[in-house]
Design a protein around this ligand. Structure first.
Ligand SMILES: [Zn+2]
Length: 317
């Protein structure tokens, strides 16, 4: 099961006890997934679809609780694409009494058809706001596996609904962004802290723990990789420097002989030839008396200057 499906299944199991929250959650689901059709006799029909069986079960339960005594049906179809996944539908067919039953969900009859007011009446209370965000995620949300790039989104065709989702998210210190994808409005979060906060608000605590532990391991792995890269860079720098210095000392040896060098330079030249991979600090420590990194650097620079002069002198010949 994908991380997203697991998160949805967990949120689907959270059943709000209070009626105000049940309404908020079902309204959000209708806003994402529901298709409301005007009935022949002025009564609406409602179809809510999901690829997740736990989500469909939750929608059915919420409808049973909120839309009694309307008849509610369930159907399963296969997606027409290659994977042929199941799609679960909760249907409320045309029937009398629907008008009254739908009113608390923000559905009202206006002249020639039904109008939908996705903004539920009860978004003032904290409990309902949480239920509303959970419903929005169940209806049209997905979240990337934290192993990959951090991303959580909710998709709706309704621009008002996408605005409402953003507004409610802002009550929980979340700052989502909206992008347009064809006829859809995508509300999304990119920062891992924000995604964790959303999962917390929507009641997906197991998904939150898994997200957090994956994130910690990933961060640590990145940090170790950075350190290793840095060490490797330092190491190859030391080796390159050593190789260059050995070449220049060999030149001096060949052209003038190391015994002609002043003692401090001769000593470090011999050590360098013997330990081409040693760092400047290590070379300095091997001298008697030992000297620091900058002292060793100074002596080697002197040797380098002398080698350069020799080369230039040769070039003139
Ligand atoms: Zn409530």
């Amino acid at each position: 099961m994908s991380f997203s499906a697991m998160t949805k299944a967990e949120m689907a199991r959270v059943m709000p006890r209070k009626r105000c929250c049940q309404i908020a959650e079902l309204t959000a689901i209708i806003g994402m997934d529901g298709t409301v059709k005007g009935g022949a006799h002025g009564e609406p029909a409602l179809i809510m679809s999901s690829q997740s069986a736990p989500v469909a079960r939750k929608i059915y339960k919420l409808c049973k609780l909120l839309l009694q005594p309307l008849a509610i049906q369930v159907a399963v179809t296969k997606k027409p694409n290659l994977k042929k996944r199941n799609v679960y539908h909760v249907l409320i067919p045309y029937q009398s009494g629907a008008r009254e039953a739908f009113a608390p969900l923000g559905l009202s009859f206006a002249g020639e058809g039904w109008q939908v007011n996705w903004r539920p009446i009860a978004l003032e209370k904290r409990c309902c706001q949480k239920a509303y965000l959970r419903g929005a995620f169940l209806g049209g949300g997905s979240v990337n596996d934290p192993e990959g790039t951090y991303h959580l989104e909710m998709i709706t065709r309704d621009p008002v609904h996408s605005q409402t989702i953003c507004e409610v998210m802002s009550f929980f210190d979340l700052s989502p962004r909206i992008s347009e994808r064809k006829q859809y409005h995508v509300v999304y979060l990119k920062e891992s802290d924000q995604i964790v906060q959303f999962l917390n608000v929507a009641g997906a605590h197991r998904a939150l723990l898994e997200f957090e532990s994956t994130r910690v391991v990933k961060d640590m792995r990145n940090r170790v990789n950075r350190l290793v890269n840095c060490e490797t860079a330092n190491l190859s720098k030391t080796v390159d420097t050593g190789v260059r210095q050995v070449e220049m000392i060999r030149l001096l040896e060949e052209k003038m002989g190391l015994e002609k060098l002043p003692l401090p330079l001769r000593e470090i030249a011999r050590l360098r030839l013997e330990f081409p991979d040693a760092s400047l600090r290590e070379l300095g420590q091997m001298l008697d008396p030992p000297i620091g990194k900058s002292g060793a650097n100074h002596r080697l620079r002197k040797l380098e200057e002398m080698a350069k002069e020799l080369e230039v002198g040769q070039g003139r010949k």
